[in-house]
Ligand binder design. Structure first.
Ligand SMILES: O=P(O)(O)O[C@H]1O[C@H](CO)[C@@H](O)[C@H]1O
Ligand SMILES: O=c1cc[nH]c(=O)[nH]1
Length: 235
């Protein structure tokens, strides 16, 4: 079997998939954290790998940027590859000055003005939620590793470059502390397919101060988030 977007055969993908937006972040994790990683997808360079972490089978695959992209990959993983759990491991822009570069956040809810949920299943909710038990596991793993993880509400935006700050203001009025582009759709797909999803994001830049991480850092330096997600994936 294969799909138009994923050439993996059934059984080549683990029950748990870690999903960064950047396919090169997926490659980095596979090559640096997994034992015996095998690449199962190269279509559109959306690399996917399955290997072993502490003896347990784990997959890692890029989602691409934005809700249409993660919408396709996550739907196929859940519905055609029998994946139970997807943990997004993303980057996010901080809205508030208390979120510093490299802070690791746990997404406890995702607010969006996207039509993704409405179009996908007539779901009018503008807030989507991750799996509570999985979030608790992630918090426990962070604590066991002695790493800090900040619970936040994320803004899942359809637009990276906005013409003015009205979209940011609206999101902050809805309690969002940072922005990314995928969690809302991932949580929605998990909900309609009765699967599990969570998201961990590392702060890569900020609307409150000038500093910014480089593309290379976003690919290879978010190791705390990667370790927490890997530990959670085998629990
Ligand atoms: O680093 P990733 O996981 O791609 O996440 C964030 O980075 C991209 C924008 O630069 C968007 O996909 C956003 O959600
Ligand atoms: O979507 C994103 C991700 C990181 N930083 C941003 O400003 N937006």
């Amino acid at each position: 079997m294969s799909t138009p977007h994923n050439q993996a055969q059934k059984g080549e993908v683990a029950k748990v998939v870690l999903m960064p937006g950047d396919p090169l972040r997926a490659k980095y994790i596979a090559e640096n954290f997994l034992e015996n990683p095998v690449c199962f997808n190269t279509i559109r360079n959306m690399f996917g790998y399955t290997g072993y972490y502490k003896g347990k089978k784990v997959s890692v695959m890029g989602s691409g940027m934005g809700m249409p992209s993660i919408g396709i990959y996550s739907y196929e993983l859940y519905s055609q590859y029998d994946v139970d759990t997807i943990i997004r491991i993303g980057s996010a822009g901080g809205y508030t000055p208390d979120l510093k570069l490299f802070d690791v956040t746990l997404i406890e809810s995702a607010y969006s003005r996207s039509s993704f949920a409405q179009v996908q299943s007539n779901d009018p909710d503008d807030i989507q939620y991750p799996d509570e038990e999985l979030c608790q596991t992630i918090k426990d793993c962070a604590s066991n590793l002695n790493l800090s993880i900040k619970p936040i509400r994320i803004h899942s935006s359809d637009v990276f470059y906005c013409q003015d700050d009205s979209c940011t203001k609206d999101a902050m009025d809805h309690g969002c502390q940072a922005v990314e582009m995928e969690s809302f759709a991932l949580f929605h797909n998990a909900k309609v397919l009765h699967k599990k999803a969570a998201a961990i994001c590392t702060i890569s830049d900020s609307f409150a101060f000038e500093e910014i991480t480089t593309p290379q850092q976003r690919e290879q330096c978010f190791n705390d988030m990667m370790k927490i997600a890997l530990e959670a994936s085998i629990r």
